[in-house]
Design a protein around this ligand. Structure first.
Ligand code: DQA
Length: 149
């Protein structure tokens, strides 16, 4: 079983970017912790980051045949992008949305997520653990739905 881990805009700056909100872990730290978690869960990961909406959409198109699920932090595009929402829905794959911070507890413009309605679930507010909890949730979802079929 293989999962695509997608990081949206500005997440390459993690560790330096507003550490009081996003913590001090870098994107490399998060990917390394996810990799350890994936080994424990018996799944493979591939990771992708882009600051460009179009590149994220191109990646979604081409990754479909290689993976069974998507773990994504859509970052700022969460709150703005119909195209990303449509691209995720268009994969036909289960999607789990994660956030380091808890957007509903922040500024009003962060309260709406275009991604949440096409996700199996959302994990937010647990800093880098949001990714680890999200991966566990996605794998459990895939195991359950695979057994049911
Ligand atoms: C974020 C929350 C978003 O509102 C913000 O635009 C981000 C990061 C998070 O992980 O907490 O870039 O997705």
């Amino acid at each position: 079983m293989k999962i695509a881990v997608i990081h949206g805009p500005n997440l390459r700056l993690l560790g330096h970017r507003e550490p009081d909100i996003y913590g001090t872990s870098t994107l490399e730290d998060i990917n390394a912790d996810l990799q350890t978690e994936a080994v424990g869960l018996g799944v493979e990961l591939e990771t992708f980051q882009s600051n460009h909406e179009g590149e994220l959409l191109d990646y979604l198109e081409e990754v479909i045949p290689r993976v069974q699920g998507i773990l994504i932090n859509p970052a700022g595009l969460t709150h703005t992008s119909v195209s990303l929402r449509d691209g995720l829905a268009g994969t036909g794959l289960p999607v789990v949305e994660v956030h380091l911070s808890n957007p509903p507890a922040r500024e009003p413009f962060r309260h709406r997520s275009f991604v949440a309605p096409v996700a199996v679930g959302t994990v937010a507010g647990f800093a880098k653990n949001s990714y680890l909890f999200g991966l566990r949730g996605l794998v459990a979802h895939l195991q359950r739905t695979t057994e049911e079929n």
